[in-house]
Design a protein. Structure first.
Length: 218
């Protein structure tokens, strides 16, 4: 790992070799060697640093993580953070952020990791249930929905006039401002969420934007 840390910039330029998936992947024994091969196949022809980040995440989630992997992981997200935020896909970005819960001694980074895990996991769970029921991700919200009990005795949230969604996002923004390492990672995830039209926050935002002017100040 020391050689990667010494030339981390080179890993942003160097591409992983081209590999093809095994014709019988289900028969492969799930050991460390098989997991390593799976990562190499997944990141084939992609910048090496993306592979190294995934390799670190897999190692650091174990009960006996490698200290050198920890050092490399922190180098990736301190020295090459801008490159990573621009080039990493959303799944691995969230995984990297969550990993700070396991490897960081900084309470702010740990809080950023755990809260982000809860926030994006609940959104993913909600959208997964929506898919099961066949509802469109951009389906317009009903305007004549009446307040009623939803679960555990709670009243339903007012989608057009409520502020639960805004308060959740404000919480994430405060976390994004709290740490120079994990903060930009949260900011990038929120930016991607804002640009995506297939999530609950976008549907609420779009419904409010379509309200008549007479209703917006009520």
């Amino acid at each position: 790992m020391a050689r990667y840390r010494a030339n981390l910039h080179q890993s942003t330029i160097k591409l992983m070799p081209a590999l093809q998936a095994s014709p019988h992947p289900g028969r492969a024994k799930r050991n460390n060697q098989a997991n390593l091969l799976a990562l190499k196949i997944q990141f084939a022809q992609q910048p090496e640093i993306l592979f190294l980040n995934a390799l670190c995440i897999g190692n650091l989630r174990r009960k006996d993580p490698d200290p050198e992997m920890r050092a490399l992981f922190f180098d990736i997200w301190t020295k090459q953070r801008r490159y990573m935020l621009k080039n990493i896909d959303t799944r691995w970005l969230l995984s990297a952020l969550i990993t700070f819960e396991f490897v960081s001694d900084n309470p702010r980074q740990q809080q950023a990791a755990t809260t982000s895990f809860a926030f994006f996991s609940m959104m993913r769970l909600y959208e997964s249930e929506r898919m099961v029921h066949g509802a469109s991700p951009t389906k317009q919200l009903r305007r004549n929905f009446r307040v009623q009990k939803v679960t555990m005795g709670f009243n339903s949230n007012s989608m057009l006039r409520g502020d639960a969604d805004e308060n959740l996002i404000k919480l994430m923004i405060r976390l994004a401002d709290s740490d120079p390492v994990t903060g930009p990672m949260i900011g990038e995830l929120l930016a991607r969420m804002h640009c995506d039209q297939g999530n609950i926050f976008a549907r609420i935002r779009n419904a409010r934007a379509k309200r008549p002017d007479s209703e917006r100040n009520m």
